[in-house]
Design a protein around this ligand. Structure first.
Ligand code: FMN
Length: 379
């Protein structure tokens, strides 16, 4: 198959595994790449050393192009993106930030950047910032999808930009892929579908639970982690959404995150509170400033400046930290009683746990079959 996405990424099929924390690990990424698609390593839960190690592990498992995902609003994401750049990864997927500096650095060694967006405004900004392609996430998606459905959002963004678009959100088979191509997309992403495969490290309990659930069994709310987010409908998810943010719980959770990222709590807090937006300068802005804070460690200074930004950011810290712990529980341990699991509406049309190669091969077969049937229907 040939589209601008297959040409840009030098892959056989324009099918993408997005970066999903604790799921898009080297083994799953490599399985997708070896089957002719492309996977992005989820760098969110990793520190720079682990990011480097994971990139090198992917290279042991495949000689095909792969990507690294960096959610720029999250603590440590910018540093992980810099590691990906040092390692000259073929594709960098950035989200929740423009990352102009990062895009320049990736282009300098010949890599490609695909930016995830959910609005026309952000699509235009990403194109202007130099992104090579866009990954457009519709309402149906697991996690942070748009408030607009894939059916409407894709053609709207395809019309607004010149760079190629990958559609994601609500696509699990050849029917979804054919529809996305008809809407003007030149590739598709599959999160929920590829997370329910044999190679996916998701706990079996969570995988099987999704097979039992229907298209209506998800919740979409901004009370779970401060952004609009779709999760599996469970009593614990309903409870988390009803309660909204819980400052003491979030405060405690933030220590666990700092430990797992192997960074100091102060650095984590400063990073979240200041909301990096992916445009951290290489040198700290106030380095060498004439103020009397000169003797304080850099991270302490940024914490102070972040706190001065106001309590809303502090609330978001608590909210994000709570969500992080709940999602990890459901993904790694299959604990859906206390955890919260991200899942898309397509869970209701997924009925098996095949290998990654089976998903990709049958999706492509279905697309070709649909193309023939459509040609026969439209005369
Ligand atoms: C189990 C699971 C975990 C996910 N984790 C993340 C994540 O950590 N970061 C992120 O940006 N998106 C995450 N997503 C969202 C995907 O990147 C993608 O946008 C979404 O799955 C696309 O919609 P679909 O599930 O309908 O294919 C996750 C999705 C799933 C299913």
């Amino acid at each position: 198959m040939k589209t601008r996405i297959t040409e840009l990424f030098e892959i056989e099929y324009p099918i993408i595994l997005p970066g999903m924390s604790w799921i898009s690990v080297p083994e799953l990424v490599a399985a997708v790449c070896n089957a002719g698609g492309i996977g992005y390593l989820a760098s969110g839960p990793l520190n720079p050393d682990k990011t480097r190690e994971s990139i090198r592990r992917i290279r042991e498992l495949t000689n095909k192009p792969f990507g690294v995902g960096a959610t720029l609003l999250m603590p440590g994401a910018y540093e992980n993106a810099l590691v990906a750049i040092e390692e000259k990864v073929p594709v960098l997927n950035i989200s929740l930030g423009k990352g102009e500096n990062l895009i320049k650095k990736v282009h300098a060694y010949g890599g490609k950047v695909i930016t995830t967006v959910t609005t026309i405004e952000h699509a235009l900004a990403a194109e202007k910032a130099g992104a090579d392609a866009l990954q457009v996430t519709g309402y149906e998606a697991a996690g942070h999808g748009s408030q607009i459905t894939t059916m409407v959002l894709i053609p709207a963004i395809v019309d607004a930009v010149k760079i190629p678009v990958v559609a994601i959100g609500g696509i699990a088979d050849g029917r979804g892929m054919a529809a996305a191509l008809a809407l003007g997309a030149e590739g598709v992403g599959m999160g929920t579908r590829l997370s329910i495969t044999k190679e996916s490290p998701v706990h079996d309990f969570s995988k099987n639970k999704q097979l039992e659930c229907g298209i209506e069994d998800t919740l979409y709310s901004n009370r779970f982690d401060a952004l609009y987010c779709r999760v599996l409908k469970t009593p614990s998810a309903e409870k988390a959404i009803k309660k909204g943010r819980n400052l003491p719980k979030g405060f405690i959770a933030s220590f666990a995150i700092a430990k797992s990222l192997n960074i100091s709590w102060i650095k984590l807090t400063a990073s979240i509170l200041s909301g990096s937006k992916g445009e951290k300068s290489e040198k700290p802005k106030d380095a060498g400033s004439k103020t009397n804070t000169k003797s304080k460690p850099q991270e302490e200074k940024s914490l102070i400046s972040a706190i001065l930004k106001g309590p809303k950011m502090g609330m978001n810290l608590a909210h994000m930290a709570q969500a992080y712990v709940a999602i990890r529980r459901a993904t790694e341990n299959g604990n859906l009683d206390k955890g919260v699991y991200l899942s898309g509406q397509v869970q209701g049309i997924i009925h098996d746990i095949p290998t990654v190669a089976e998903v990709i091969n049958r999706t492509m077969k279905e697309v070709i079959q649909i193309q023939k049937e459509m040609a026969a229907k439209i005369k």
